[in-house]
Write a protein that binds this ligand. Structure first.
Ligand code: B3K
Ligand code: ZN
Length: 878
């Protein structure tokens, strides 16, 4: 907690560490009340660093130091100094062994960073700077050491004792305790350290690597969850095989462990050989988890596994380089999901997320480059920009290089930097090295914040048989970056003929036409003109195929062109995107004018899509899903929350009424009776069926309501149950309450299912939503100590239920800030994240602006704030 303004840390101030640590021996006497940590560090002066003042400063927070010794000599208090940030040793030799003894209190650690208690377990979370809450250390990623860890604890309460690497010794101690020693042969930064202790059951399997090594796979869960780990294990093996085939990466230890814990700030953590997971991303049974949960598990398991190479073997030099591991690993998990499922659907979902979250971040007061220049609290920089835009930046390099060259470039990266702590610059150099391309201008994607805007105009010259596209790029200013230089943008395009087929994209001046299909153009200037020849008719351009760059496109296509693309584009992503633009334009028009006509040809295009039984069901469901109110709000200069909500309901109802018979037919055609199957095909059927049900319900259709009740009664999978429950909760009334009560009784004690019960009520846009949410805060199952529960209730309400959160009286804002102030002393990381919906306060009408700003100022008025919350609020108000 800070009374004074915390200071920012700047990338330009990076200096190599003055000391290195080669070996770390840790000994934990574990106890939730008081854990004793003994650390023995082999330190030596870093030959690559400039000599400082002779003092050695080690990070350490919330530690009670009981003794410190250098080379076996216990120091007197005059030989060191302890303050709130660490331990300073006056005058140390060039090479020495440092021993420290500290005490910590995991049971009181509500921030969930460092060593903490989750239920009956003890576990750690060290990224980014949690290790300093365990022992005194050079807690920075460019200090990589080999660790040996001995865990000692009561044998009955903590029968399982885990840490990184391989177990090398076990002992039973006379006092009812036991000990296990772990050795990790790979040097690692402290943020990858982990330990777990508790009464855990294990799901075990094995994997034989491409080179024939046997790896033991273990997923540890609390005993009552033993029947919910099979999907996670399948996902892990799939990911391990895929990484061998696609990136040539093999696993390196003899054992790979995953532990599911119920109290976790984020999704999961890639600690070397011992991943610690939010149990939401491990536990699933068809009757407890939805298709989205199953998908989430597969991709998070894969993501953490992929970190073993992109993050652990090769790590970040400093936290400004976070996207080096996160952007690249997100890219890798996206590619994995695309390869094992539908590429177009995966791309659509990722772009939905990017547009709904990253674009607004890039346009708001917290905008920052993929490689930020400064931060106050690094926990605030685990953002959609660093992760998702970072993945786009890797994807663009892959596109510019082409698949074979990109694979050579990543091979070079793994070979050149294995065992090192490096920068995004090192990554780009490997891309250049393998391809011979100059990516100087491309580097701006790492340096400049903001979403580029492309203005594209097409012109057909019938006499010359030529079509010219003029493309201008321009990037709006962001905080601290008023002027932007042009980006190097890969623009994938196709040209469609009147029959809906791809035409050759033949640039004037080229002697022969290229193969049919997509062509990658490269933009480097503020303005370009591309002329294509050999065209006997005006083509319809398919722009930014596959979303080849994270930009906003403004084009001059007509609605008729978009309907044509929606029906014919060979690029599945662009079929969806054309539909989205049509939905969006209509919704925005209805927001401004309730009487705006809903064109017949639009309804006809929706009907054609709905009834296109040849297409991938999951893709159809995406095509026919209207953009969310939150996403649409980003498209308005001044956000009209009530108008948007009304327009959304109006169009949904209209589609539901006009397509009623088709929707019923689609519902029945895609209903399934057999056992739950987790396959892209089955997921697609459920998605389309539940979309049809949603349109019918929202149109107030009687038969739809009967189907909804029947589905809730009969369903044996959570996907169908939640789809029905959500629609009933939205309608409200006695029947909805009865259904919610029954659901609660059925799932009492299943924490992850209860999260769904909370979130379905928080997201229902009923007029009494806030009252209900406030009542739920007092429910015996609510706990501010469990981040999943807080997110289920508070974040769902404030992020998803836009119309109720932004109620004109400001009660939603007041409610949220009360929660932030309550949580800040408990869990600052979570408190800062809750603030996000208030950050874009300038986008609303002046009454709401005043209310939102007053609430942000109420936060800043607090005398003691965490650096996490302080940074978000002060930047939001700046
Ligand atoms: N690397 C972790 C994130 C840790 C967040 C620390 N506050 C999860 C991931 O991206 O895989
Ligand atoms: Zn990650």
């Amino acid at each position: 907690m800070y009374r004074e303004t915390p200071h920012p840390i700047h990338l330009k101030d990076y200096r190599p560490p003055e000391f290195l640590i080669d070996r770390v021996e840790l000994r934990f006497e574990l106890d939730p009340e008081c854990t004793r940590v003994e650390a023995r560090l082999a330190l030596r002066r870093n030959p690559a660093a400039t000599r400082g003042d002779g003092h050695l400063r080690l990070h350490g927070e919330h530690l009670k130091l009981t003794q410190v010794a250098i080379d076996g000599h216990v120091l007197t208090p005059a030989e060191y100094r302890v303050d709130g940030e660490g331990l300073t040793l006056h005058r140390v030799p060039d090479r020495f062994t440092l021993e420290t003894w500290v005490e910590i209190h995991p049971g009181l650690n509500t921030a969930l960073e460092g060593l903490y208690q989750s239920g009956d377990l003890l576990c750690t979370q060290c990224e980014a700077e949690g290790f300093r809450r365990i022992t005194y250390f050079l807690d920075r990623p460019d200090v990589m050491a080999r660790y040996t860890t001995t865990l000692i604890a009561d044998r009955t309460r903590f029968p399982v004792l885990l840490s990184n690497g391989n177990p090398v010794a076990r002992a039973e101690l006379p006092d009812g305790r036991h000990s296990v020693t772990w050795e990790d042969p790979f040097p690692k930064p402290s943020y990858l350290f982990a330990l777990v202790a508790g009464d855990l059951s294990v799901i075990e399997d094995g994997f034989v690597t491409a080179s024939g090594r046997n790896v033991k796979l273990q997923i540890f869960v609390e005993p009552h969850n033993l029947d919910k780990g099979a999907h996670a294990m399948r996902s892990l093996k799939k990911a391990m095989r895929w990484d061998e085939e696609r990136f040539g990466r093999e696993y390196d230890l003899d054992i790979y462990m995953i532990v599911a814990v119920s109290h976790f700030n984020m999704g999961a953590m890639e600690n070397k050989g011992l991943n610690v997971f939010n149990d939401k991303f491990v536990l699933a049974r068809p009757d407890t988890a939805t298709d989205a949960d199953f998908d989430g598990i597969e991709s998070v398991i894969a993501h953490e596994y992929f970190h073993n190479w992109t993050g652990n073997r090769i790590t970040c030099r400093d936290w400004f380089q976070l996207s080096l591991k996160e952007g690249f690993t997100v890219y890798r998990d996206q590619e994995f999901t695309s390869d094992v499922g539908s590429r177009a659907v995966k791309r659509i979902r990722d772009v939905r997320t990017l547009r709904a979250h990253q674009f607004p971040e890039d346009a708001g007061p917290l905008a920052h480059p993929v490689r930020p220049d400064s931060y106050i609290e690094i926990n605030n920089f685990y953002t959609t920009t660093v992760y998702d835009k970072g993945a786009e930046v890797v994807r663009m390099q892959a596109a510019l290089l082409g698949p074979e060259t990109f694979r050579r470039a990543t091979d070079l990266y793994f070979e050149r930097h294995d065992g090192q702590a490096v920068t995004t610059e090192d990554f780009v150099r490997c891309m250049e090295g393998a391809s011979g391309r100059d990516l100087t201008q491309f580097r701006r994607w790492y340096e400049q914040a903001g979403t580029p805007e492309l203005h594209i105009r097409g012109e057909y010259d019938a006499t010359a048989g030529a079509y010219t596209l003029s493309v201008c790029q321009q990037t709006p200013a962001t905080p601290g970056q008023p002027i932007k230089q042009p980006f190097h943008i890969p623009l994938a395009i196709g040209l469609l003929g009147a029959d809906g087929r791809d035409l050759p994209v033949w640039l004037a001046g080229e002697s022969a036409p290229p193969a049919l299909g997509t062509r990658l153009l490269e933009l480097t200037e503020p303005e370009h003109r591309f002329t294509f020849t050999g065209l006997s008719e005006r083509p319809v351009p398919s722009l930014l195929r596959g979303f080849s760059a994270p930009v906003r496109v403004h084009d001059d296509l007509s609605d008729a062109d978009r309907m044509f693309l929606m029906a014919h584009d060979s690029d599945g992503f662009n079929r969806w995107d054309a539909a989205q633009t049509l939905h969006e334009r209509l919704l925005l028009a209805l927001t401004n004018d309730v009487a705006h006509p809903i064109p017949e040809d639009y309804i006809a295009a929706c009907r054609r899509a709905l009834c296109d039984m040849s297409a991938d069901r999951a893709l159809l469901a995406e095509v026919l899903s209207l953009p969310s109110e939150t996403y649409l709000s980003d498209r308005m200069t001044v956000i009209d929350v009530d108008g948007l909500h009304r327009a959304h309901r109006q169009l949904t109802q209209h589609i539901g009424e006009r397509l009623r018979d088709d929707l019923l037919a689609v519902y029945h055609a895609n209903a399934e009776t057999g056992d739950y199957v987790f396959s892209p095909e089955a997921i697609g059927r459920r998605a389309l069926k539940n979309l049809a049900l949603a349109y019918l319900m929202r149109a107030g259709d009687e038969e739809g309501l009967a189907l909804c009740h029947a589905q809730l009664e009969a369903a044996h999978n959570m996907t169908d149950v939640m789809a029905a429950l959500r629609l009933l909760a939205e309608q409200g009334g006695a029947e909805a309450d009865a259904a919610l009560d029954a659901f609660h009784r059925r799932w009492a004690g299943e924490s992850l299912v209860l999260d769904k019960w909370f979130s379905v009520q928080a997201s229902a846009p009923r007029p009494d939503a806030l009252e209900r949410v406030m009542a739920l805060l007092k429910h015996p199952d609510y706990s501010a100590r469990n981040p999943n529960r807080v997110r289920a209730l508070v974040s769902t309400f404030s992020n998803v239920n836009q119309v109720r959160f932004h109620a004109a009286d400001g009660a939603g804002y007041h409610f949220l800030v009360d929660r932030v102030l309550e949580l800040d002393p408990v869990n600052p990381l979570l408190a800062a994240r809750l603030l996000k919906p208030l950050v874009r306060w300038r986008r609303f009408d002046s009454e709401r602006q005043t209310l939102m700003r007053a609430e942000l100022e109420r936060v800043l008025g607090r005398s003691e704030l965490s650096s996490d919350v302080f940074e978000v609020v002060s930047k939001a108000l700046a």
